[in-house]
Design a protein around this ligand. Structure first.
Ligand SMILES: C[S@@+](CC[C@H](N)C(=O)[O-])C[C@H]1O[C@@H](n2cnc3c(N)ncnc32)[C@H](O)[C@@H]1O
Length: 275
């Protein structure tokens, strides 16, 4: 079968359906990117062109399975251990202090956790702080992509994930194997993975109440209305006064008034206002 081309009409239909379901925004400049990412799916599903593929996604009995494939295929899962360290230090510093003082435990949620490097970093840093017993912390981790979550659960990582990871951490919590590093059960046990689409308002609210949410390097893939919808969903999962951490290229200052920004010399993060 020769490679199918996507028409402008089918591109717009697919783009709108993807945005509605996942929030991910394929703007006009990404028409050919989408075409090349989906070409193999047409072959897999034995459909002759993109129009037929759109119909498959809207009405075929296996459409939900196909959407799950797309959740893995269309997401960018770039991540690594100890990414944007300054924010991590704030969690293990003032946020942990406040939570221990007020409630005696910390519940933190990595809400777009990709392959697990972010929640495992949080767990390792909490262990390294020597200030909390195992029963005082829970690290929740969720993502849209089934394939990324599977890799997170496996806890096996290659060199690239350790690009800024302190060597003593690798030594303490990982076991070298032939082609990478396997994470110790001690850390794996602290993190609970689940699948969640952050557009799903009841699903997001049901995760709460948590003390802090890391939702970093996700909003950049969404248009403004979707960004607003997601951060407002997340506000409902935070306990009153809880904290939201975004990626350093992401800001919600003019997007919603549910949060107040906290600006330090090292990082910016947000506190949800009392409701
Ligand atoms: C670039 S990764 C960020 C990983 C990590 N937070 C970090 O900063 O290193 C973005 C993640 O967002 C996930 N994602 C995309 N759309 C999503 C949605 N609607 N709900 C939940 N996760 C989503 C992707 O699957 C991907 O794993």
């Amino acid at each position: 079968m020769s490679a199918a081309e996507i028409s402008d009409y089918d591109f717009r239909a697919l783009r709108d359906a993807i945005r509605e379901r996942f929030g991910i925004d394929y703007d006009d400049s990404k028409q050919y990117l989408l075409q090349s990412r989906l070409q193999a799916r047409l072959i897999k599903r034995s459909v002759p062109d993109f129009g037929a593929y759109c119909r498959f996604l809207s009405s075929h009995r296996d459409r939900e399975d196909e959407w799950n494939e797309l959740a893995s295929l269309l997401t960018n899962n770039e991540t690594y251990f100890f990414r944007e360290r300054a924010q991590l230090d704030i969690l293990v510093g003032p946020v942990l202090d406040e939570s221990l003082r007020a409630r005696g435990h910390l519940r933190v949620w990595s809400a777009a956790c990709s392959t697990g490097e972010e929640p495992y970093t949080l767990a390792m840093m909490l262990l390294e702080s020597h200030r909390v017993a195992r029963g005082q912390i829970s690290v929740l981790a969720s993502d849209l992509s089934p394939r990324a979550l599977e890799r997170g659960g496996a806890g096996f990582y290659r060199e690239l994930s350790f690009r800024v990871c302190p060597p003593e951490i690798v030594q303490r919590y990982f076991r070298p194997s032939e082609s990478g590093f396997a994470l110790s059960d001690e850390v794996k046990r602290l993190v609970t993975f689940s699948r969640l689409n952050l557009l799903d308002s009841p699903g997001v609210a049901a995760v709460g109440p948590v003390d802090a949410i890391f939702c970093r390097n996700l909003l950049i893939y969404f248009d403004k209305p979707t960004q607003k919808r997601v951060v407002e969903n997340l506000a409902r999962a935070l306990r009153p006064g809880g904290y939201l951490f975004l990626g350093h290229a992401e800001s919600i200052v003019r997007l919603t008034d549910l949060y107040e920004p906290i600006v330090t010399a090292q990082a910016i993060y947000y506190r949800v206002k009392p409701r």
